[in-house]
Design a protein around this ligand. Sequence first.
Ligand SMILES: [Ca+2]
Length: 139
Amino acid sequence: MIQRARSATPMAAVTAAGLALALLPADTATAGTTAPPVRSAATNVLLATVYQHERYQGGAFEIWGASCPSGGSMLPVNELPAGFNDAISSIRLARDCYMIVYEHTHRRGGNIMLAGHFATLPPAWNDQISSLGLLRPGR
Ligand SMILES: [Ca+2]
């Protein structure tokens, strides 16, 4: 399902999991002023921003949702937007939101869990990520 954005964001794709992915052009990726692409109760929290280059540079996409799910469930992004497969080099995560990143699409292959902000990724993971999932740390 594809929805047109009302803001300057070119397009927002809403995944089956109810996440909204908003692509940001490279020149605005670091400005931090882009409005949420889809305003609804299901997509009003910025959960993560994913960048093509280290130190939050290059093209980026934002992941919006209601919240990170608790209770052991995961919000999946099984395929990355065009230009991001094997091209991710830095990631910012909302507080209380963890990300598991995977070597292959559809959350297959090797994986690691991330929390917080990563201006650089562990070397083995730079330009390797092909899918991901968001979840709330258990407690
Ligand atoms: Ca990969």
